[in-house]
Design a protein around this ligand. Structure first.
Ligand SMILES: *[C@@H]1O[C@H](CO)[C@@H](O)[C@H](O)[C@H]1NC(C)=O
Ligand SMILES: *[C@@H]1O[C@H](CO)[C@@H](O)[C@H](O)[C@H]1NC(C)=O
Ligand SMILES: *[C@@H]1O[C@H](CO)[C@@H](O)[C@H](O)[C@H]1NC(C)=O
Ligand SMILES: *[C@@H]1O[C@H](CO)[C@@H](O)[C@H](O)[C@H]1NC(C)=O
Ligand SMILES: *[C@@H]1O[C@H](CO)[C@@H](O)[C@H](O)[C@H]1NC(C)=O
Ligand SMILES: *[C@@H]1O[C@H](CO)[C@@H](O)[C@H](O)[C@H]1NC(C)=O
Ligand SMILES: *[C@@H]1O[C@H](CO)[C@@H](O)[C@H](O)[C@H]1NC(C)=O
Ligand SMILES: *[C@@H]1O[C@H](CO)[C@@H](O)[C@H](O)[C@H]1NC(C)=O
Ligand SMILES: *[C@@H]1O[C@H](CO)[C@@H](O)[C@H](O)[C@H]1NC(C)=O
Ligand SMILES: *[C@@H]1O[C@H](CO)[C@@H](O)[C@H](O)[C@H]1NC(C)=O
Ligand SMILES: *[C@@H]1O[C@H](CO)[C@@H](O)[C@H](O)[C@H]1NC(C)=O
Ligand SMILES: *[C@@H]1O[C@H](CO)[C@@H](O)[C@H](O)[C@H]1NC(C)=O
Length: 431
């Protein structure tokens, strides 16, 4: 009885596979679609090797995907055009308008110099995936793209797109990936992006975006990757960013962001990779940054962060992590850094005192105010910094009245420490 039933299940399963295989292999049924493909073939200059003119596109053209005899996917990524087509190729894809079931168009790396036609948003209503990465596309992103509500992935990076990011993109509520990085886009990040509730990846990096980070981005509860680096964004990080509980990678580097980090950032329990370098942040680093259980990489270099370092030993969570705190205004004693970190770069701050004996080859302390190690700041530099803030400077361990020797050189007895520190990030240097 059981065997019988199992057999029936297997047979109907095989039947299903055969049926769907047959559906895949149905030849192109529509004459309109066939002539659309032929138009596309000549306007894009696609070679006979990839799209042999006499055979059925569904079964023998590279990169054409059909279902039930209709074209649902086109992938010309990686194609080389014919010489003629290549010479005067432009964004000549008008024929796509007649492929009404087209769900995916991938042209990444295949040059389509020209701009994205406005009718894309009106005619390609079945589109789910549009990949135009590095296609030499110019001009604006047409607002009509906001009408493609079935869109799931939109990749437009590495082109020369100009103008603003249309706020109509906020209508793409099913969007999971939005990547418009490495273009020439201006204006601000649209407030409407708060409606992109299904977004997992948002990459707006390397454009000329200005204004502030909209608080509404905090509503993107599925966001895992946020890259806004290398723009001209200003003002502070809104507290709401601390609501992005699924966030794994955050890159806000190379902007003009300022203020202190919101304490709520500590709530981002999944963060692994955080880059905030090259901004104007100040204030202390919130201690809960160190408590993030999965943090692997933190780069806050090149800001105005200040304060004493936290007691790293009291926090068991950060281990094997790579931390870059260089070129800030951290001061006070260098805390114990037992070989917990893979590497911690503390160079270019104002730390003073002795280097703890348990410091391993994993710390760069160049350019501070530390005793008995080489390549520190000048006495005047250190004195001034501490005096300006009303803090006590230890005068490189000498009594106040005594002029310490230049911190650039070190005494014999301290060679051991120097030797340890010189081995930072591998490769012991000869003295
Ligand atoms: C397959 O295409 C035929 C003719 O174009 C149509 O009649 C039929 O409904 C389609 N079947 C499916 C499952 O889409
Ligand atoms: C487009 O094709 C390229 C291969 O050339 C592939 O790497 C990329 O993932 C494809 N894009 C999408 C959205 O699948
Ligand atoms: C697209 O086409 C390229 C070149 O034929 C191929 O390498 C790539 O795997 C294809 N990508 C997809 C997602 O089908
Ligand atoms: C779409 O197909 C119709 C009928 O063949 C044709 O008249 C029209 O020019 C085509 N449109 C485009 C944009 O190619
Ligand atoms: C969306 O489509 C409708 C109808 O085709 C059109 O009126 C409207 O202008 C389109 N929206 C955009 C932003 O293009
Ligand atoms: C968002 O994603 C979920 C899960 O993948 C899906 O069920 C839902 O339909 C998506 N929303 C939209 C508007 O596409
Ligand atoms: C963010 O984008 C820039 C280029 O636009 C890239 O260099 C950087 O690696 C990206 N950050 C992450 C975390 O991927
Ligand atoms: C930053 O963006 C500019 C153009 O906006 C680009 O030339 C440069 O390569 C980008 N830098 C990085 C590190 O991605
Ligand atoms: C988002 O963050 C704000 C400010 O930090 C907070 O007031 C609000 O309750 C948060 N919303 C959700 C849904 O967690
Ligand atoms: C740092 O924390 C460790 C472990 O909790 C503790 O033993 C040590 O005394 C603390 N050091 C300072 C300077 O507070
Ligand atoms: C480091 O060890 C030396 C002796 O080996 C000791 O004199 C010194 O006080 C120690 N320094 C610290 C900061 O523990
Ligand atoms: C330590 O930091 C200084 C200043 O940033 C840098 O020049 C040096 O290369 C770094 N040393 C190592 C070993 O990384």
């Amino acid at each position: 009885m059981e065997v019988h039933r199992a057999l029936r299940v297997v047979v109907s399963f095989i039947f299903l596979i055969i049926r769907s295989a047959l559906a895949q292999q149905l030849p192109l049924s529509s004459g309109i679609e066939r002539s659309a493909l032929l138009d596309l073939r000549s306007s894009l200059g696609i070679t006979a090797k990839n799209w042999p003119i006499k055979s059925d596109p569904c079964s023998s053209w590279t990169g054409i995907e059909c279902r039930n005899g209709s074209v649902i996917g086109i992938n010309v990524s990686g194609f080389r055009g014919t010489r003629g087509g290549g010479l005067n190729r432009r964004f000549a894809v008008d024929a796509l308008a007649n492929l009404t079931l087209l769900a995916s168009f991938n042209s990444s790396g295949f040059a389509l110099p020209g701009s994205i036609p406005d009718w894309f948003g009106q005619r390609l209503s079945a589109l789910q995936v549009l990949d135009l990465r590095s296609c030499s596309v110019i001009g604006p992103i047409p607002p009509s793209i906001g009408n493609l509500t079935g869109l799931n992935s939109l990749y437009l990076s590495g082109n020369s797109l100009t103008g603003i990011i249309p706020s109509a993109l906020g209508q793409l509520s099913g969007l999971s990936v939005l990547d418009v990085s490495r273009n020439l886009l201006t204006g601000s990040v649209p407030d409407t992006f708060s409606s992109l509730g299904n977004l997992t990846q948002l990459d707006l990096s390397s454009n000329y975006l200005s204004g502030s980070i909209p608080p509404g981005l905090g509503d993107l509860s599925n966001l895992q990757f946020l890259n806004l680096s290398n723009n001209s964004l200003a003002a502070y990080i809104p507290n709401e960013v601390g609501n992005l509980s699924q966030l794994i990678e955050l890159d806000l580097s190379s902007n003009s962001l300022s203020g202190s980090l919101p304490v709520d950032l500590g709530g981002l329990r999944n963060l692994q990779f955080v880059v905030l370098s090259g901004n104007k942040f100040d204030g202390a680093l919130p201690e809960m940054l160190w408590a993030m259980p999965k943090l692997q990489f933190l780069d806050v270099s090149g800001n105005n962060f200040a304060g004493v370092l936290p007691n790293f030993s009291s926090n068991a969570n950060v281990s094997e992590a790579l931390f870059n705190l260089s070129n800030n205004l951290f001061y006070g004693d260098l805390v114990s850094l037992p070989g917990k970190f893979r590497l911690i770069d503390l160079s270019g701050n104002y730390l003073q005192g002795m280097v703890p004996n348990d410091t391993q080859n994993n710390a760069n302390v160049t350019g501070n105010c530390l005793q008995t190690v080489q390549n520190q700041r000048s006495l005047e530099d250190c004195r001034l910094f501490y005096a300006e803030r009303g803090l006590t400077f230890d005068n490189f361990g000498y009594p106040d009245s005594v002029q310490p020797p230049s911190p650039g050189t070190a005494s014999e007895s301290n060679k051991r420490l120097i030797f340890i520190l010189a081995g930072v990030s591998g490769g012991l240097r000869a003295f």
